[in-house]
Design a protein around this ligand. Structure first.
Ligand SMILES: [Mn+2]
Length: 219
């Protein structure tokens, strides 16, 4: 059995799309699934998305990076951060999915564990994975969180990273539902929550699966 290295773009609470794309991929214990962050906010079922990802780890190797939306939520829940920005950028939907009743201590322990397991980046073979982008001139261990998690590609696509590896990122939504592939950088955020597609890609073969929140699949 060949090992696949499959990246999944921004899910944003779109559990139906996630389940649909996973059914099509049919992950095995050999596969490495890299989730690119922004599991929560905006879409209808953030809680369900995290449940699905936790279960996925029972059958495959799952490596997740932290998105700026998880960062915003954790800042509010654990560090006394202001909730204004988070609620404005989709946090209300996340709170609803958890049945928020005014108590900020609402994350089930296994969800907290999942969030604690998320890294800032991941490297495999000729690829590295971050949520948003990178500074081309700094080693990955020395990157600033701002570039890894918040930088929008609408400000310009960075040149190839000094490692020579191909970057696989999300965060900057392509509203036409198409993957952005500039050779040294691939962006898999295809605007699932806004009526676009959730994208998964086997980065070695470039095989692509896309599903939407209506449960439709295209390949
Ligand atoms: Mn993001």
């Amino acid at each position: 059995m060949t090992q696949r290295l499959i990246a999944i773009g921004d899910i944003h609470g779109c559990r139906t799309a996630l389940e649909t794309v996973l059914d099509a991929i049919d992950p095995t214990g050999e596969d490495i699934i890299v989730t690119l962050g922004d599991y929560i906010d905006r879409g209808p079922d953030s809680r369900g998305v995290i449940d699905t990802l936790i279960r996925l780890a029972d059958r495959s190797q799952v490596v997740g990076v932290l998105g700026n939306h998880e960062e915003m939520m954790l800042e509010v829940l654990h560090h006394g951060g202001s909730h204004h920005a988070w609620l404005r950028y989709g946090g209300v939907e996340t709170l609803e999915s958890y049945g928020f009743d005014g108590d900020l201590d609402f994350l089930p322990p296994e969800h907290q564990q999942f969030l604690d397991s998320l890294g800032d980046f991941y490297v495999a073979g000729d690829f590295f994975f971050t949520h948003a982008a990178y500074d081309p001139e700094l080693p990955l261990e020395e990157q600033e969180i701002e570039m890894l998690r918040w930088y929008s590609l609408t400000n310009g696509i960075p040149p190839q990273h000094q490692s020579g590896k191909t970057a696989v990122v999300g965060h900057t939504a392509n509203r036409d539902g198409e993957i952005l592939d500039s050779g040294h950088l691939i962006c898999l955020d295809t605007y699932c929550y806004g009526g676009g597609w959730l994208t998964a890609m086997d980065v070695n073969t470039r095989q692509v699966w896309q599903a939407n929140e209506k449960g439709e699949l295209r390949q």
